[in-house]
Design a protein around this ligand. Structure first.
Ligand SMILES: O=P(O)(O)OC[C@H]1O[C@H](O)[C@H](O)[C@@H](O)[C@@H]1O
Length: 496
């Protein structure tokens, strides 16, 4: 295969351009052939995971065998994790907020936040909360909290809600008698698989307390999203929700936080903003089906995993810069950080031998970081793969006008749409890296919509499953995060 042909394009138009990652000076065909047996074994293992949920060596936090079920999520079928009735319930939930709830605050961190933020950014953009209710088609404003323990931001978020509630009352007073004015309705969605994460719960308690005190001007409702287990394994959040009568959605068993964007965790946010759940899951499902082939050249998840694995193992490229071009895709890079870091950053292999495996992920955004990180990507250590994401067709795309014809330099950069300038920048960046033997690749989404986003996120999730097999590490646990937690517990108790 010549380098010019190193593009895998799916029937949806989604493509993986690996020209600058494969061939002379990059990962070679011989490299791939040398691991042919391991690729076959990895594919078999991933298929087995798909069929049974079993992944060799995977244990839960409590050290017992645990199923891995994220690959079932795109298939909405009775008996599956997402069923026709669970999806219908989510959609009803979303509809029930329209023109009724003023603002939602979604509390969560890690896998209980990152995917939700992706859906929000891609669908709503930066200015959703400044838009009118009509522009939001009746859907509520949506804020995130719990993604840090930041006293200032938490205070300011509560103050903002109080201010908005006050403005609503004043507005209602101006229009009609005070007694008939509606309260400002806030829905607090608390998302935590384990049900007691410090960052999430501390912010939730601060906001809940402050807003509840403002009744009746503010009406607070709560929805909990947590592990549905009962009795001995019941989470604190589940128990609380049952006591308080809060409606609940589930983080299903066998779905780790970093894979949960396709479950009720992500879909709750989707429902709140009118994001197309069906198209998102359909994109993920289409990607899953494409990746069922054993032919690596037709299977984008296996190909991506193999190329990145070989780039790291054979050529020392063990940093992955994830660099989408476009502001609202930055959160995809942030979501990917957790996926890659927690899945593959492992001390031991599945036989318990120390391997210190993993590629370090870096968030970058084009064109922004061409003016900040690119110097290092281009001239720093040759230890990186830069993974670009390109959007083919933009929904809105102003042509740069020739406003100052006498300024030759400005005149030169006018007369074509912003998207072409954006992609020319990416192309130049990719070529400059390639010309210096610096590994890079590009995922191309024909347009930025729920379907193609589903394809991309699912490809990345399945890719780490493949790479876990190739590297012989458990891609589904995260024992390393327990080390600081063991120290943090006593520290927090000593603060009382
Ligand atoms: O959903 P939660 O249980 O609150 O967990 C939130 C996050 O907590 C930890 O940091 C884990 O390492 C992450 O994998 C998880 O996504």
């Amino acid at each position: 295969m010549s380098n010019q042909e190193a593009i895998l394009t799916l029937s949806s138009g989604f493509s993986f351009d690996y020209n600058n990652l494969y061939g002379q000076g990059f990962v070679t065909r011989a490299d791939i052939e040398n691991i042919a047996d391991r690729l076959t074994a990895a594919h078999k293992a991933v298929n087995h995971m798909r069929a049974t949920g079993e992944v060799r060596g995977h244990l839960s936090k409590d050290g017992v065998p645990e199923k891995v079920l994220f690959s079932q999520l795109p298939y909405v079928e009775p008996g599956n994790l997402n069923t026709p009735s669970s999806i219908a319930r989510l959609k009803e939930f979303g509809q029930s907020l329209k023109n009724k709830v003023d603002a939602v605050i979604s509390f969560g961190i890690g896998g209980s936040y990152l995917g939700n933020k992706v859906l929000f950014d891609v669908h709503c953009g930066e200015f959703w909360n400044s838009k009118s209710k009509e522009q939001r088609q009746g859907y509520p404003k949506l804020y995130f909290s719990g993604n840090n323990i930041d006293p200032r931001r938490t205070t300011e978020l509560v103050a903002l809600i109080l201010h908005e509630a006050n403005s609503k009352t004043v507005h209602a007073d101006a229009c009609k008698a005070k007694t008939t004015s509606e309260p400002y309705k806030v829905l607090l969605i608390v998302i935590s698989k384990s049900g007691s994460t410090l960052d999430t719960m501390s912010n939730f308690m601060v906001a809940y307390d402050a807003l509840k005190k403002e009744a009746p001007a503010i009406a607070v409702e709560v929805v909990a999203v947590t592990d549905p287990a009962e009795k001995a394994n019941e989470t604190l959040l589940h128990k609380l929700a049952a006591q308080e009568g809060w409606p609940m959605f589930s983080v299903p068993d066998g779905v780790g936080g970093r894979f949960s964007v396709f479950s009720e965790v992500g879909l709750v946010t989707a429902a709140c903003i009118g994001f197309d759940i069906d198209a998102f899951l359909a994109g993920a499902q289409a990607m899953d089906k494409v990746c069922q082939t054993e032919d690596i050249w037709q299977n984008p998840a296996m190909l991506n995993a193999a190329l990145k694995y070989l780039a790291a193992e054979n050529y020392g490229r063990d940093i992955e810069v994830f660099m989408p071009y476009g502001d609202y895709l930055k959160s995809v890079a942030e979501w990917y950080i957790q996926l890659l870091a927690e899945s593959l950053g492992k001390r031991t292999d599945r036989e318990g031998r120390e391997v210190f495996y993993g590629r370090t992920p870096i968030v970058a955004v084009g064109t922004t970081d061409m003016h900040a990180q690119t110097q290092q990507h281009q001239d720093g250590k040759k230890n990186k793969v830069v993974q670009f994401v390109k959007v083919g067709k933009w929904a809105t795309d102003p042509v740069i006008p020739d406003v100052f014809p006498s300024a030759a330099k400005l005149s030169q950069i006018s007369g074509f749409p912003l998207s072409q300038a954006l992609d020319a920048a990416r192309e130049a960046n990719a070529a400059a890296l390639k010309n210096d033997g610096r590994f890079n690749a590009t995922f191309v989404l024909p347009e930025m919509n729920a379907y193609h986003l589903g394809e991309l996120l699912y490809l990345l999730a399945l890719s780490v499953a493949y790479e876990g097999e190739l590297a012989n590490v458990d891609a589904f646990d995260q024992p390393g995060v327990e080390a600081y937690k063991r120290l943090l517990g006593p520290l927090l108790r000593s603060l009382k």
